[in-house]
Design a protein around this ligand. Structure first.
Ligand code: M6R
Length: 584
Protein backbone atom coordinates (compact mmCIF):
# COMPACT_ATOMS: atom_id res chain seq x y z
CA UNK A 1 0.00 0.00 0.00
CA UNK A 2 1.16 3.57 -0.66
CA UNK A 3 3.42 4.49 -3.53
CA UNK A 4 6.69 6.32 -3.22
CA UNK A 5 8.89 7.88 -5.84
CA UNK A 6 12.13 9.88 -5.86
CA UNK A 7 14.19 11.74 -8.46
CA UNK A 8 17.73 13.04 -8.54
CA UNK A 9 19.27 14.42 -11.70
CA UNK A 10 19.77 17.45 -13.88
CA UNK A 11 16.13 18.26 -14.57
CA UNK A 12 13.51 19.94 -12.40
CA UNK A 13 12.23 17.18 -10.12
CA UNK A 14 8.62 18.33 -9.54
CA UNK A 15 7.11 17.69 -13.02
CA UNK A 16 8.84 14.29 -13.23
CA UNK A 17 7.61 13.31 -9.77
CA UNK A 18 4.09 14.45 -10.62
CA UNK A 19 3.83 12.21 -13.67
CA UNK A 20 5.55 9.34 -11.89
CA UNK A 21 3.22 9.53 -8.91
CA UNK A 22 0.15 9.38 -11.14
CA UNK A 23 1.39 5.96 -12.32
CA UNK A 24 1.58 4.75 -8.73
CA UNK A 25 -1.84 6.00 -7.73
CA UNK A 26 -3.22 2.47 -7.89
CA UNK A 27 -1.23 1.77 -4.72
CA UNK A 28 -3.20 4.26 -2.61
CA UNK A 29 -5.21 7.36 -3.35
CA UNK A 30 -6.52 9.11 -0.28
CA UNK A 31 -3.86 11.85 -0.20
CA UNK A 32 -0.54 12.77 -1.79
CA UNK A 33 2.47 14.97 -1.30
CA UNK A 34 5.71 16.23 -2.83
CA UNK A 35 8.96 17.59 -1.45
CA UNK A 36 11.81 19.04 -3.50
CA UNK A 37 15.08 20.53 -2.42
CA UNK A 38 17.00 23.31 -4.13
CA UNK A 39 19.91 22.92 -1.72
CA UNK A 40 18.74 25.74 0.54
CA UNK A 41 15.31 24.61 1.68
CA UNK A 42 12.60 22.02 1.29
CA UNK A 43 9.58 22.88 -0.83
CA UNK A 44 6.52 20.96 0.32
CA UNK A 45 3.09 20.41 -1.18
CA UNK A 46 0.65 18.02 0.52
CA UNK A 47 -3.04 17.52 0.10
CA UNK A 48 -5.91 15.10 0.54
CA UNK A 49 -7.56 13.65 -2.56
CA UNK A 50 -6.30 12.02 -5.70
CA UNK A 51 -3.18 13.07 -7.55
CA UNK A 52 -4.93 12.42 -10.86
CA UNK A 53 -7.50 15.08 -10.01
CA UNK A 54 -5.00 17.85 -9.37
CA UNK A 55 -2.50 20.01 -11.28
CA UNK A 56 1.26 20.04 -10.71
CA UNK A 57 2.66 22.77 -8.45
CA UNK A 58 5.89 24.55 -9.24
CA UNK A 59 8.43 23.42 -6.69
CA UNK A 60 12.09 24.27 -7.37
CA UNK A 61 14.90 21.72 -7.12
CA UNK A 62 16.50 18.86 -8.99
CA UNK A 63 16.06 16.40 -6.19
CA UNK A 64 12.75 15.38 -4.73
CA UNK A 65 10.42 12.74 -3.36
CA UNK A 66 6.67 12.13 -3.54
CA UNK A 67 4.04 9.84 -2.03
CA UNK A 68 0.51 8.66 -2.68
CA UNK A 69 -1.14 7.36 0.47
CA UNK A 70 -3.34 4.51 1.61
CA UNK A 71 -3.90 5.47 5.23
CA UNK A 72 -2.90 3.08 8.00
CA UNK A 73 -1.89 5.26 10.98
CA UNK A 74 -3.78 8.54 11.27
CA UNK A 75 -6.79 9.81 9.34
CA UNK A 76 -6.87 11.17 5.83
CA UNK A 77 -5.65 14.74 6.34
CA UNK A 78 -3.07 16.98 4.67
CA UNK A 79 -0.99 16.85 7.89
CA UNK A 80 -0.88 13.05 7.76
CA UNK A 81 -0.01 13.00 4.05
CA UNK A 82 3.68 12.36 3.32
CA UNK A 83 6.40 13.69 3.04
CA UNK A 84 7.17 14.25 6.71
CA UNK A 85 9.97 16.41 8.04
CA UNK A 86 12.12 16.73 11.15
CA UNK A 87 11.76 19.74 13.49
CA UNK A 88 14.04 21.96 11.39
CA UNK A 89 12.64 21.05 7.98
CA UNK A 90 16.02 19.72 6.82
CA UNK A 91 15.27 16.01 6.63
CA UNK A 92 12.24 14.91 4.65
CA UNK A 93 10.89 11.38 4.26
CA UNK A 94 8.35 9.35 2.28
CA UNK A 95 7.55 5.85 3.48
CA UNK A 96 5.61 2.78 2.39
CA UNK A 97 5.07 0.16 5.07
CA UNK A 98 4.28 0.08 8.77
CA UNK A 99 6.55 0.91 11.70
CA UNK A 100 5.24 -1.39 14.40
CA UNK A 101 7.22 0.12 17.30
CA UNK A 102 6.42 3.73 16.41
CA UNK A 103 4.58 4.46 19.65
CA UNK A 104 7.60 3.81 21.86
CA UNK A 105 9.92 5.66 19.45
CA UNK A 106 7.53 8.62 19.33
CA UNK A 107 7.44 8.78 23.13
CA UNK A 108 11.23 8.65 23.28
CA UNK A 109 11.47 11.52 20.77
CA UNK A 110 8.73 13.58 22.47
CA UNK A 111 10.66 13.24 25.74
CA UNK A 112 13.70 14.65 23.96
CA UNK A 113 11.72 17.70 22.82
CA UNK A 114 10.80 16.77 19.23
CA UNK A 115 7.55 18.23 17.94
CA UNK A 116 5.26 16.14 15.77
CA UNK A 117 2.84 17.53 13.21
CA UNK A 118 1.05 14.32 12.21
CA UNK A 119 -0.39 11.15 13.73
CA UNK A 120 1.56 8.87 11.41
CA UNK A 121 4.09 6.19 12.24
CA UNK A 122 6.32 7.61 9.48
CA UNK A 123 7.04 10.93 11.15
CA UNK A 124 9.30 9.31 13.72
CA UNK A 125 11.82 8.59 10.92
CA UNK A 126 12.94 12.19 10.15
CA UNK A 127 12.95 13.02 13.86
CA UNK A 128 15.04 9.99 14.75
CA UNK A 129 17.53 10.87 12.00
CA UNK A 130 17.63 14.43 13.33
CA UNK A 131 18.30 13.08 16.81
CA UNK A 132 21.16 10.83 15.66
CA UNK A 133 22.62 13.66 13.57
CA UNK A 134 23.41 15.50 16.78
CA UNK A 135 26.39 13.15 17.10
CA UNK A 136 26.74 11.42 13.72
CA UNK A 137 26.89 12.21 10.03
CA UNK A 138 23.79 11.81 7.85
CA UNK A 139 24.63 8.36 6.47
CA UNK A 140 25.36 6.87 9.90
CA UNK A 141 22.22 8.48 11.34
CA UNK A 142 20.07 6.93 8.63
CA UNK A 143 21.54 3.47 9.26
CA UNK A 144 21.09 3.82 13.02
CA UNK A 145 17.50 5.00 12.53
CA UNK A 146 16.50 2.24 10.13
CA UNK A 147 17.96 -0.38 12.42
CA UNK A 148 15.64 0.82 15.20
CA UNK A 149 12.52 0.31 13.09
CA UNK A 150 10.40 -2.80 13.56
CA UNK A 151 7.98 -3.64 10.76
CA UNK A 152 8.31 -2.93 7.08
CA UNK A 153 9.53 0.01 5.09
CA UNK A 154 10.54 1.39 1.75
CA UNK A 155 11.80 4.90 2.32
CA UNK A 156 13.24 7.79 0.37
CA UNK A 157 14.94 10.43 2.50
CA UNK A 158 16.27 13.80 1.38
CA UNK A 159 18.80 15.79 3.37
CA UNK A 160 18.57 19.40 2.19
CA UNK A 161 21.84 20.71 3.56
CA UNK A 162 23.86 17.86 2.06
CA UNK A 163 21.64 17.83 -1.04
CA UNK A 164 21.58 14.05 -0.84
CA UNK A 165 18.94 11.39 -1.16
CA UNK A 166 19.06 8.02 0.63
CA UNK A 167 16.68 5.19 -0.09
CA UNK A 168 16.22 1.84 1.66
CA UNK A 169 13.87 -1.09 1.88
CA UNK A 170 12.89 -3.87 4.25
CA UNK A 171 9.70 -5.78 3.53
CA UNK A 172 8.21 -3.22 1.12
CA UNK A 173 9.09 -2.98 -2.58
CA UNK A 174 11.56 -0.46 -4.01
CA UNK A 175 13.31 -0.37 -7.35
CA UNK A 176 15.89 1.99 -8.82
CA UNK A 177 15.72 3.36 -12.35
CA UNK A 178 19.06 4.27 -13.84
CA UNK A 179 18.87 6.97 -16.51
CA UNK A 180 21.52 9.12 -18.17
CA UNK A 181 22.81 11.40 -15.43
CA UNK A 182 19.65 10.82 -13.45
CA UNK A 183 18.25 8.34 -10.94
CA UNK A 184 14.74 7.33 -10.06
CA UNK A 185 13.43 5.32 -7.19
CA UNK A 186 9.89 3.98 -6.99
CA UNK A 187 7.64 1.37 -5.44
CA UNK A 188 6.99 0.02 -8.93
CA UNK A 189 8.60 0.23 -12.37
CA UNK A 190 5.77 1.97 -14.34
CA UNK A 191 6.55 5.15 -12.38
CA UNK A 192 9.71 5.78 -14.37
CA UNK A 193 9.32 3.54 -17.40
CA UNK A 194 8.99 6.49 -19.79
CA UNK A 195 12.47 7.64 -18.71
CA UNK A 196 14.42 4.42 -18.47
CA UNK A 197 14.17 0.64 -18.76
CA UNK A 198 17.39 0.08 -16.83
CA UNK A 199 16.50 -1.04 -13.32
CA UNK A 200 18.18 -2.22 -10.17
CA UNK A 201 16.03 -4.30 -7.83
CA UNK A 202 16.83 -3.53 -4.22
CA UNK A 203 17.00 -6.47 -1.84
CA UNK A 204 15.58 -6.40 1.68
CA UNK A 205 17.96 -4.45 3.88
CA UNK A 206 19.61 -2.49 1.04
CA UNK A 207 20.46 1.18 1.57
CA UNK A 208 21.57 3.44 -1.28
CA UNK A 209 22.82 7.01 -0.97
CA UNK A 210 22.95 9.25 -4.02
CA UNK A 211 25.13 12.25 -4.44
CA UNK A 212 25.15 12.94 -8.15
CA UNK A 213 25.63 9.20 -8.67
CA UNK A 214 25.33 6.17 -6.43
CA UNK A 215 27.66 6.97 -3.58
CA UNK A 216 27.12 4.11 -1.17
CA UNK A 217 25.35 0.82 -1.62
CA UNK A 218 25.23 -1.13 1.61
CA UNK A 219 23.03 -3.26 3.78
CA UNK A 220 21.42 -2.37 7.09
CA UNK A 221 24.31 -4.25 8.71
CA UNK A 222 26.73 -1.87 7.01
CA UNK A 223 28.09 -4.42 4.49
CA UNK A 224 28.99 -2.98 1.06
CA UNK A 225 27.05 -4.72 -1.75
CA UNK A 226 26.65 -4.51 -5.50
CA UNK A 227 23.43 -5.11 -7.40
CA UNK A 228 23.23 -5.75 -11.09
CA UNK A 229 21.35 -3.62 -13.61
CA UNK A 230 18.50 -5.40 -15.44
CA UNK A 231 16.59 -4.28 -18.50
CA UNK A 232 12.81 -4.43 -18.16
CA UNK A 233 10.87 -6.11 -20.94
CA UNK A 234 7.82 -3.87 -20.41
CA UNK A 235 7.52 -0.66 -22.38
CA UNK A 236 6.05 2.70 -21.35
CA UNK A 237 2.97 2.28 -23.58
CA UNK A 238 1.95 -0.90 -21.78
CA UNK A 239 1.77 1.06 -18.55
CA UNK A 240 -0.41 3.82 -20.05
CA UNK A 241 -4.17 4.07 -20.41
CA UNK A 242 -3.98 5.11 -24.06
CA UNK A 243 -7.41 5.63 -25.63
CA UNK A 244 -9.16 3.72 -22.86
CA UNK A 245 -11.19 5.44 -20.20
CA UNK A 246 -9.83 3.21 -17.47
CA UNK A 247 -6.87 0.88 -17.01
CA UNK A 248 -9.29 -1.92 -16.13
CA UNK A 249 -10.98 -1.75 -19.51
CA UNK A 250 -7.64 -1.62 -21.27
CA UNK A 251 -6.41 -4.64 -19.35
CA UNK A 252 -9.59 -6.62 -20.04
CA UNK A 253 -9.15 -5.84 -23.74
CA UNK A 254 -5.57 -7.06 -23.79
CA UNK A 255 -6.38 -10.63 -22.82
CA UNK A 256 -6.07 -12.27 -26.22
CA UNK A 257 -2.44 -11.10 -26.35
CA UNK A 258 -1.95 -12.02 -22.72
CA UNK A 259 -2.81 -15.62 -23.59
CA UNK A 260 -0.28 -15.60 -26.38
CA UNK A 261 2.44 -14.31 -24.12
CA UNK A 262 1.52 -16.58 -21.20
CA UNK A 263 1.85 -19.70 -23.33
CA UNK A 264 5.23 -18.71 -24.71
CA UNK A 265 6.91 -20.28 -21.72
CA UNK A 266 10.16 -22.11 -22.03
CA UNK A 267 9.01 -25.73 -22.41
CA UNK A 268 12.06 -27.02 -20.51
CA UNK A 269 11.20 -24.87 -17.53
CA UNK A 270 7.55 -26.01 -17.56
CA UNK A 271 8.58 -29.65 -17.88
CA UNK A 272 11.00 -29.23 -15.00
CA UNK A 273 8.29 -27.81 -12.73
CA UNK A 274 5.85 -30.50 -13.91
CA UNK A 275 8.42 -33.13 -12.91
CA UNK A 276 8.69 -31.58 -9.45
CA UNK A 277 4.89 -31.60 -9.13
CA UNK A 278 4.88 -35.28 -10.04
CA UNK A 279 7.64 -36.12 -7.56
CA UNK A 280 6.48 -34.01 -4.60
CA UNK A 281 4.78 -35.54 -1.59
CA UNK A 282 2.10 -32.95 -0.96
CA UNK A 283 1.53 -29.96 -3.21
CA UNK A 284 0.12 -26.62 -2.09
CA UNK A 285 -1.01 -23.74 -4.25
CA UNK A 286 -0.86 -20.62 -2.11
CA UNK A 287 -2.25 -17.20 -3.04
CA UNK A 288 -4.65 -14.41 -2.05
CA UNK A 289 -7.72 -12.82 -3.65
CA UNK A 290 -8.02 -13.29 -7.38
CA UNK A 291 -4.82 -15.33 -7.50
CA UNK A 292 -6.38 -17.78 -5.03
CA UNK A 293 -9.38 -18.29 -7.33
CA UNK A 294 -7.01 -19.00 -10.21
CA UNK A 295 -5.45 -21.63 -7.95
CA UNK A 296 -8.83 -23.16 -7.06
CA UNK A 297 -9.68 -23.31 -10.74
CA UNK A 298 -6.35 -25.01 -11.40
CA UNK A 299 -6.98 -27.56 -8.65
CA UNK A 300 -10.16 -28.72 -10.45
CA UNK A 301 -8.20 -28.78 -13.70
CA UNK A 302 -5.31 -30.81 -12.23
CA UNK A 303 -7.81 -33.20 -10.71
CA UNK A 304 -9.73 -33.79 -13.94
CA UNK A 305 -7.03 -33.54 -16.60
CA UNK A 306 -4.06 -34.89 -14.68
CA UNK A 307 -5.69 -36.95 -11.89
CA UNK A 308 -3.63 -35.04 -9.36
CA UNK A 309 -4.66 -33.73 -5.96
CA UNK A 310 -3.50 -30.21 -5.16
CA UNK A 311 -4.27 -28.35 -1.94
CA UNK A 312 -5.25 -24.73 -2.34
CA UNK A 313 -4.67 -22.55 0.70
CA UNK A 314 -5.11 -18.81 1.16
CA UNK A 315 -1.88 -16.97 1.92
CA UNK A 316 -3.31 -15.67 5.19
CA UNK A 317 -4.25 -19.22 6.29
CA UNK A 318 -1.21 -21.12 5.05
CA UNK A 319 0.93 -20.61 8.19
CA UNK A 320 -1.68 -22.67 10.09
CA UNK A 321 -0.89 -25.59 7.78
CA UNK A 322 2.79 -25.64 8.66
CA UNK A 323 2.42 -28.94 10.53
CA UNK A 324 1.83 -30.66 7.18
CA UNK A 325 5.03 -29.38 5.62
CA UNK A 326 8.11 -31.51 5.06
CA UNK A 327 11.18 -31.17 2.84
CA UNK A 328 9.26 -33.21 0.24
CA UNK A 329 6.38 -30.71 0.08
CA UNK A 330 6.16 -28.46 -2.96
CA UNK A 331 4.63 -25.02 -2.43
CA UNK A 332 3.63 -23.04 -5.52
CA UNK A 333 2.98 -19.41 -4.62
CA UNK A 334 0.95 -17.44 -7.16
CA UNK A 335 0.85 -13.65 -7.23
CA UNK A 336 0.53 -10.76 -9.64
CA UNK A 337 2.61 -8.29 -7.66
CA UNK A 338 4.91 -10.70 -5.87
CA UNK A 339 4.65 -8.33 -2.91
CA UNK A 340 1.51 -9.59 -1.13
CA UNK A 341 2.46 -9.84 2.56
CA UNK A 342 0.34 -12.93 3.29
CA UNK A 343 1.76 -14.84 0.33
CA UNK A 344 5.32 -13.87 1.26
CA UNK A 345 4.74 -14.97 4.85
CA UNK A 346 3.57 -18.36 3.55
CA UNK A 347 6.72 -18.72 1.51
CA UNK A 348 8.85 -18.01 4.56
CA UNK A 349 6.91 -20.54 6.64
CA UNK A 350 7.34 -23.14 3.87
CA UNK A 351 11.05 -22.50 3.59
CA UNK A 352 11.53 -22.77 7.33
CA UNK A 353 10.03 -26.27 7.12
CA UNK A 354 12.47 -27.12 4.33
CA UNK A 355 9.75 -27.28 1.64
CA UNK A 356 10.58 -26.27 -1.92
CA UNK A 357 8.98 -23.04 -3.16
CA UNK A 358 8.21 -22.21 -6.76
CA UNK A 359 6.46 -18.96 -7.64
CA UNK A 360 4.29 -17.91 -10.55
CA UNK A 361 4.54 -14.15 -10.60
CA UNK A 362 3.91 -11.26 -12.94
CA UNK A 363 6.30 -8.61 -11.63
CA UNK A 364 9.91 -9.31 -12.42
CA UNK A 365 12.32 -8.62 -9.57
CA UNK A 366 9.54 -8.78 -6.96
CA UNK A 367 10.23 -10.06 -3.46
CA UNK A 368 8.33 -13.28 -4.13
CA UNK A 369 10.37 -13.98 -7.22
CA UNK A 370 13.58 -13.45 -5.32
CA UNK A 371 12.60 -15.45 -2.25
CA UNK A 372 11.43 -18.49 -4.20
CA UNK A 373 13.72 -21.40 -5.09
CA UNK A 374 12.48 -21.13 -8.66
CA UNK A 375 10.04 -18.87 -10.49
CA UNK A 376 8.05 -18.58 -13.68
CA UNK A 377 6.98 -15.20 -15.04
CA UNK A 378 3.34 -14.81 -16.12
CA UNK A 379 4.31 -12.32 -18.85
CA UNK A 380 0.99 -10.41 -18.72
CA UNK A 381 2.66 -6.98 -18.77
CA UNK A 382 1.98 -4.30 -16.18
CA UNK A 383 -1.42 -4.50 -14.51
CA UNK A 384 -2.38 -1.12 -13.06
CA UNK A 385 -6.14 -1.47 -12.37
CA UNK A 386 -6.71 -2.49 -8.76
CA UNK A 387 -9.08 -5.22 -9.93
CA UNK A 388 -6.96 -8.00 -11.35
CA UNK A 389 -8.21 -9.14 -14.77
CA UNK A 390 -5.62 -10.02 -17.36
CA UNK A 391 -3.28 -11.52 -14.80
CA UNK A 392 -6.06 -13.88 -13.63
CA UNK A 393 -6.21 -15.15 -17.19
CA UNK A 394 -2.43 -15.48 -17.38
CA UNK A 395 -2.46 -17.43 -14.11
CA UNK A 396 -5.10 -19.84 -15.42
CA UNK A 397 -3.14 -20.36 -18.62
CA UNK A 398 0.17 -21.09 -16.91
CA UNK A 399 -1.38 -23.35 -14.27
CA UNK A 400 -3.36 -25.29 -16.89
CA UNK A 401 -0.20 -25.65 -18.98
CA UNK A 402 1.55 -27.11 -15.96
CA UNK A 403 -1.28 -29.59 -15.51
CA UNK A 404 -0.98 -30.71 -19.16
CA UNK A 405 2.78 -30.97 -18.73
CA UNK A 406 2.48 -33.32 -15.73
CA UNK A 407 0.88 -35.89 -18.04
CA UNK A 408 3.31 -35.27 -20.91
CA UNK A 409 0.80 -33.23 -22.93
CA UNK A 410 2.47 -29.82 -22.83
CA UNK A 411 2.41 -29.26 -26.61
CA UNK A 412 -1.14 -30.49 -26.94
CA UNK A 413 -2.25 -28.25 -24.07
CA UNK A 414 -0.47 -25.26 -25.53
CA UNK A 415 -2.21 -25.83 -28.88
CA UNK A 416 -5.62 -26.06 -27.19
CA UNK A 417 -5.09 -22.84 -25.27
CA UNK A 418 -3.70 -21.05 -28.35
CA UNK A 419 -6.94 -21.87 -30.18
CA UNK A 420 -8.83 -19.70 -27.69
CA UNK A 421 -7.14 -16.55 -28.99
CA UNK A 422 -9.94 -15.57 -31.37
CA UNK A 423 -12.69 -16.41 -28.87
CA UNK A 424 -11.05 -14.26 -26.24
CA UNK A 425 -10.64 -11.48 -28.75
CA UNK A 426 -14.37 -11.59 -29.56
CA UNK A 427 -15.37 -11.76 -25.90
CA UNK A 428 -13.53 -8.51 -25.28
CA UNK A 429 -15.06 -6.76 -28.32
CA UNK A 430 -17.37 -3.72 -28.39
CA UNK A 431 -20.33 -6.00 -29.27
CA UNK A 432 -19.88 -8.04 -26.13
CA UNK A 433 -19.44 -4.87 -24.10
CA UNK A 434 -22.75 -3.52 -25.43
CA UNK A 435 -24.52 -6.75 -24.53
CA UNK A 436 -23.04 -6.73 -21.04
CA UNK A 437 -23.94 -3.09 -20.57
CA UNK A 438 -27.57 -4.00 -21.23
CA UNK A 439 -27.37 -6.59 -18.44
CA UNK A 440 -25.65 -4.10 -16.14
CA UNK A 441 -28.50 -1.62 -16.71
CA UNK A 442 -30.96 -4.27 -15.53
CA UNK A 443 -29.17 -5.10 -12.30
CA UNK A 444 -27.32 -1.89 -11.41
CA UNK A 445 -29.77 -0.88 -8.68
CA UNK A 446 -29.91 -4.23 -6.91
CA UNK A 447 -28.28 -4.62 -3.51
CA UNK A 448 -27.41 -8.28 -3.95
CA UNK A 449 -26.14 -10.46 -6.75
CA UNK A 450 -25.54 -14.20 -6.53
CA UNK A 451 -23.19 -16.19 -8.74
CA UNK A 452 -23.32 -19.96 -8.97
CA UNK A 453 -21.28 -22.68 -10.55
CA UNK A 454 -20.52 -26.34 -10.05
CA UNK A 455 -17.19 -28.08 -10.34
CA UNK A 456 -14.83 -26.19 -12.56
CA UNK A 457 -17.32 -23.33 -12.87
CA UNK A 458 -17.44 -22.70 -9.12
CA UNK A 459 -14.10 -20.82 -8.92
CA UNK A 460 -15.26 -18.73 -11.89
CA UNK A 461 -18.32 -17.75 -9.83
CA UNK A 462 -16.03 -16.90 -6.91
CA UNK A 463 -13.75 -14.72 -9.00
CA UNK A 464 -16.70 -13.03 -10.73
CA UNK A 465 -18.24 -12.20 -7.33
CA UNK A 466 -14.99 -10.65 -6.15
CA UNK A 467 -14.75 -8.52 -9.29
CA UNK A 468 -18.31 -7.21 -8.94
CA UNK A 469 -18.14 -6.44 -5.23
CA UNK A 470 -14.73 -4.80 -5.17
CA UNK A 471 -15.43 -2.20 -7.83
CA UNK A 472 -19.23 -1.73 -7.97
CA UNK A 473 -19.85 -2.23 -4.22
CA UNK A 474 -22.89 -4.42 -4.95
CA UNK A 475 -22.97 -7.29 -2.50
CA UNK A 476 -22.03 -10.18 -4.78
CA UNK A 477 -21.71 -13.67 -3.36
CA UNK A 478 -20.80 -16.93 -4.97
CA UNK A 479 -22.08 -20.39 -4.12
CA UNK A 480 -21.43 -23.87 -5.35
CA UNK A 481 -24.69 -24.80 -7.09
CA UNK A 482 -25.32 -27.74 -4.77
CA UNK A 483 -25.08 -25.55 -1.68
CA UNK A 484 -28.04 -23.41 -2.70
CA UNK A 485 -30.59 -25.61 -0.99
CA UNK A 486 -28.53 -25.72 2.22
CA UNK A 487 -29.31 -22.12 3.09
CA UNK A 488 -28.57 -19.44 0.49
CA UNK A 489 -31.85 -19.98 -1.33
CA UNK A 490 -33.54 -18.16 1.57
CA UNK A 491 -32.00 -14.95 0.21
CA UNK A 492 -33.85 -15.09 -3.11
CA UNK A 493 -36.63 -12.55 -3.54
CA UNK A 494 -38.56 -11.34 -6.55
CA UNK A 495 -36.06 -9.99 -9.08
CA UNK A 496 -32.89 -11.05 -7.21
CA UNK A 497 -30.27 -11.51 -9.93
CA UNK A 498 -28.40 -14.82 -10.00
CA UNK A 499 -25.76 -15.68 -12.60
CA UNK A 500 -25.13 -19.32 -13.52
CA UNK A 501 -22.00 -20.65 -15.23
CA UNK A 502 -22.76 -23.66 -17.41
CA UNK A 503 -20.43 -26.29 -18.84
CA UNK A 504 -21.36 -29.65 -20.43
CA UNK A 505 -20.22 -31.73 -17.47
CA UNK A 506 -22.45 -29.91 -14.99
CA UNK A 507 -25.20 -28.59 -17.26
CA UNK A 508 -28.13 -30.63 -15.95
CA UNK A 509 -27.44 -29.94 -12.29
CA UNK A 510 -26.75 -26.24 -12.60
CA UNK A 511 -29.82 -25.70 -14.79
CA UNK A 512 -31.87 -27.38 -12.03
CA UNK A 513 -30.40 -24.88 -9.58
CA UNK A 514 -31.28 -22.05 -11.97
CA UNK A 515 -34.86 -23.36 -12.13
CA UNK A 516 -35.06 -23.37 -8.33
CA UNK A 517 -34.15 -19.68 -8.31
CA UNK A 518 -36.52 -18.90 -11.16
CA UNK A 519 -39.37 -20.62 -9.30
CA UNK A 520 -38.80 -18.18 -6.44
CA UNK A 521 -38.94 -15.09 -8.65
CA UNK A 522 -35.20 -14.61 -9.18
CA UNK A 523 -33.77 -13.02 -12.33
CA UNK A 524 -31.72 -15.78 -13.96
CA UNK A 525 -28.66 -15.06 -16.09
CA UNK A 526 -26.86 -17.89 -17.88
CA UNK A 527 -23.24 -17.87 -19.06
CA UNK A 528 -22.37 -20.68 -21.46
CA UNK A 529 -22.53 -21.94 -25.02
CA UNK A 530 -26.25 -22.85 -25.07
CA UNK A 531 -29.34 -20.81 -24.34
CA UNK A 532 -31.98 -22.31 -22.05
CA UNK A 533 -35.59 -21.41 -21.41
CA UNK A 534 -34.84 -20.80 -17.77
CA UNK A 535 -32.54 -17.88 -18.58
CA UNK A 536 -33.95 -14.35 -18.43
CA UNK A 537 -30.67 -13.18 -19.96
CA UNK A 538 -28.09 -15.26 -21.78
CA UNK A 539 -24.39 -14.44 -22.22
CA UNK A 540 -23.07 -16.61 -24.99
CA UNK A 541 -19.54 -17.91 -24.59
CA UNK A 542 -17.92 -20.39 -27.00
CA UNK A 543 -17.73 -24.03 -25.86
CA UNK A 544 -14.17 -24.80 -24.72
CA UNK A 545 -14.80 -27.80 -22.44
CA UNK A 546 -12.26 -27.91 -19.63
CA UNK A 547 -10.93 -24.54 -20.75
CA UNK A 548 -14.30 -22.79 -20.28
CA UNK A 549 -13.08 -20.89 -17.18
CA UNK A 550 -10.68 -18.90 -19.36
CA UNK A 551 -13.60 -17.71 -21.50
CA UNK A 552 -16.44 -17.42 -19.00
CA UNK A 553 -14.70 -14.98 -16.68
CA UNK A 554 -14.27 -12.32 -19.38
CA UNK A 555 -17.93 -11.20 -19.63
CA UNK A 556 -17.96 -11.07 -15.83
CA UNK A 557 -14.96 -8.73 -15.78
CA UNK A 558 -16.87 -6.55 -18.22
CA UNK A 559 -20.01 -6.76 -16.11
CA UNK A 560 -18.12 -5.64 -13.02
CA UNK A 561 -16.63 -2.78 -15.02
CA UNK A 562 -19.96 -1.63 -16.48
CA UNK A 563 -21.71 -1.87 -13.11
CA UNK A 564 -19.00 0.27 -11.52
CA UNK A 565 -19.23 2.91 -14.23
CA UNK A 566 -23.06 2.99 -14.18
CA UNK A 567 -23.04 3.36 -10.40
CA UNK A 568 -20.56 6.24 -10.59
CA UNK A 569 -17.63 4.33 -9.09
CA UNK A 570 -14.08 4.59 -10.43
CA UNK A 571 -13.18 0.98 -11.34
CA UNK A 572 -9.45 1.70 -11.24
CA UNK A 573 -9.55 3.04 -7.72
CA UNK A 574 -12.11 1.24 -5.58
CA UNK A 575 -12.63 2.65 -2.11
CA UNK A 576 -10.50 1.31 0.76
CA UNK A 577 -8.43 -0.86 -1.59
CA UNK A 578 -4.94 -0.74 -3.05
CA UNK A 579 -3.29 -2.85 -5.70
CA UNK A 580 -0.59 -4.48 -3.61
CA UNK A 581 -1.49 -5.56 -0.13
CA UNK A 582 1.86 -5.35 1.59
CA UNK A 583 0.46 -5.49 5.13
CA UNK A 584 -0.78 -8.59 6.96
O1 M6R B 1 -0.56 -9.32 -6.23
P1 M6R B 1 -1.35 -10.53 -5.82
O2 M6R B 1 -1.81 -11.35 -6.96
O3 M6R B 1 -0.64 -11.35 -4.78
O4 M6R B 1 -2.64 -9.93 -5.09
C1 M6R B 1 -3.58 -10.74 -4.47
C2 M6R B 1 -4.84 -9.98 -4.14
O5 M6R B 1 -4.57 -8.91 -3.28
C3 M6R B 1 -5.53 -9.43 -5.40
O6 M6R B 1 -5.81 -10.43 -6.31
C4 M6R B 1 -6.83 -8.69 -5.02
O7 M6R B 1 -7.77 -9.60 -4.51
C5 M6R B 1 -7.39 -7.93 -6.21
N1 M6R B 1 -7.97 -6.72 -5.74
C6 M6R B 1 -8.44 -8.68 -6.97
O8 M6R B 1 -8.95 -7.99 -8.03
Amino acid sequence: MCGIVGYLGKKEAAPILFEALKKLEYRGYDSYGFATSDGSKIWLDKSTGKISETKPKELPGKIGIAHTRWATHGGVTAENAHPHTDCNGEIVVVHNGIIENYQELRKELLDKGHEFKSETDTEIIPHLIEEYMKENDFATSVVKTLNRLEGSFAVAIVNVKANKMTVARKGSPLVLGIGKDEYFVASDIPAFLEHTKQVMYLHDGDIVTFDGGIEVFSTLEGKKVERKIDTVAWDAEQAMKGEFEHYMLKEISEQADVIKRAISQDSKEIMDIARQINEAKGIFLVACGTASYACTSASYFFSKVAGKHINVVLGSEFPYYKHFLTPKTLVIAVSQSGETADTLESVRVAKEAGARVISLVNVMGSTLMRESDQHLLLNAGPEIGVASTKVYTAMLVVLYLLAYATIGKFDEGRKKIRRLYLDVYKLTSATMRKNIKALAEKIKSRDHLFLLGRGHQYPTAEEAALKVKEISYIHAESFAGGELKHGPIALIEKGTPAIFFVSPDNEKEIISNASEIKARGGFVVGVGSKNNEVFDFWIKTPEAGDLNPILQIIPMQLLAYELAVLRGCNPDMPRNLAKSVTVK
